[in-house]
Ligand binder design. Sequence first.
Ligand SMILES: [Zn+2]
Length: 529
Amino acid sequence: MNMSRPLSAALVVATVALAPRAAHSQQYDLVLANATIVDGSGAARFTGAVAITGGKIARVAREAIPAAQAKRVIDVKGRVVAPGFIDVHAHIEPLLQMPDAESAIRQGITLSLGGPDGGGPWPFGAYLDSAGKSKLGMNVAYLVGHNTIRREVMGTANRAPTAAELDKMKQMVATAMREGAFGLSTGLRYVPGYYSKTPEVIELAKVAAASRGIYTSHLREEGLGLIEGVAEAIEIGRQARIPIVLTHHKAIGQKMWGKSTVTLAMVDSARRAGLDVMIDQYPYTASSTGFSVLVPPWALEGGTAEFKKRVENPELRNAIEAGIKDLLLNDRGGGDLKRVQFASVGWDRSLEGKTLYDWAVQRKLPPTAEGAVPLVIEGVLKGSPSMVFHVIDERDVRRIMAHPQTMIASDGRLDRPGPSVPHPRNYGTFPRVLGEYVRVQKVLTLESAVHKMSGLPAKRLGLSDRGCVRDGCAADLVVFDPATVSDKGTFTQPHQYPVGIDYVLVAGEAVFADGKMTGARPGRVIRRQ
Ligand SMILES: [Zn+2]
C-alpha cells in the first residue's frame, strides 16, 4: 500500500519508469507539502506531508511525498495542518438560509453539532433530510432537543408529564435516535425545560443511552444554583448510564466567580467513580442569550400573552419584580447594568451595542437593578431581544479551559455581517483559543488546543474517522499560521472574520482558500450509525 517507505531510490525510479504513467503519477488528488502536522490526538507536532484522495486522507508521511504523485501540491511551509474543528455546541438553526456556513468555516470548523440547549429540530428526520438536500459548506450533525419535544407534547405547561405524555416523549427521542441523532440535549434554564424535574430527563436520557447517544446539558442554573445544576447533570448521567457533556461551562455572577474549582472537582470525582463526564466551553467572559433570561421562568409559562396578564396582576407583579431584581443583582445581570448589552433588538435597532445602563439613563430611570426592572418587563413584552451578558471571570475561563476533559465549542450562531451586535463567538471562538489562549496567555499548548477542538469532540461523538490526521480519516482539515491566527471580532464590532487561517478543506475540497470562500459545498449531514 505504502509506495515509498523503505524502497531504495533506484527501485523507486525503476518502478516509476516502468509503470504506466497514469497509474503511478498523480495517485493523490492533493498533497499538502512541508506541513507542520498537529494530528488532533494531543501528540507532539511533526513535519511532513498529507496526501488526500477521494475525500479521505490517503497518507501521512514524515518525509516528502514526490510532487509527481499528486494532481495538485500546496506548499504549506510554516503552517499547521490540523483536523478540521468540531463544534459540539453550535446554533446552526439558520443553516438553510446560510448553507455555506461562512462564519463557521472561516474559523476552521468542518463539523457542527446542532440542536443544543434542548432546541433540536423536529420532525427530526425530515429536517435532516432537507438539510441533506441543501448544498452545505460544512458537515452537520444533530442532537434531539428536550425543550422541542416537550413543547410538541405539552406546550409550555408548568407541570410534570402524565404517563402518556412521558411515553410520547420517549418515543420521540427513540425516533430521533433511529434517524441519526447523536444524543439528547436539554436547556433546563429555559421554558419549557425548566418545568421538568430530574426524573423526566433521566427517563429520556435512558432512551438516548440505549442507542449509544450522549446527554448534553445546559444546566438548570449557572449562577447561584451552579453547584446544584452540575450535581443534577451528573445524577442524570449516573442514573441513565449515559456519557454527558456539561455544555458552555462557566460560573455566572461575581458571587460565583471562582466556583469552577468546585465544579471541576465534581467532574473529577464523578469520573473517578466511573462516570463519563466531559465539558465544553467558549473562550469569552460574556454569555449570550435572550433578555427573558432576566425573568423568573415561572412567570413565562404560556408565552408573552400570559406573561402580560401576570404583570398586570398586582400581586404577581410584585413577585415578578422581585425575581427580576434578584437576577439583575446575582445572575445574568452581574449586579451592574453596564454588564447587560443589547445584541439584536427588533423593535429598536438604536439600542444594539448599548447597555441596559444606557437605556435606563435614556429613559431617565435610576441606573440600578431596581430602576431597570420595568425596562426588563417592557423589553420582554415587546419581544425578548438577544443580549450579551458580561458576567464571567477570566480566571474561571482559564481554569475550565485547562481541564483535560474540556472541549472547545462556540455556542455561536451561524451569522453574516449585518447591523446587529451579536456575541463575537459567532466568528472567533476557535481562532481566539489558538491566538489568545495558546500564543498569548499560554494556557494551552498548541497540541492540546487542537485536541480539544478535534480529537476530543470526535471521541465524544464516537466518530473514529474524524478529528484526526492519519491514513483513512476524513480529509476535513484546516491549515493555519500559528504565529498569526487570531479572532478579530470584539463586543462592539463582532462582525469580523478571523485571520491566520489559510485553507479549510471539507472531504478533501477547499471550501475556504486565499482569503475567500471557494463556493465548494462538499458538506454532508452526518448521522449516528
Ligand atoms: Zn447555546
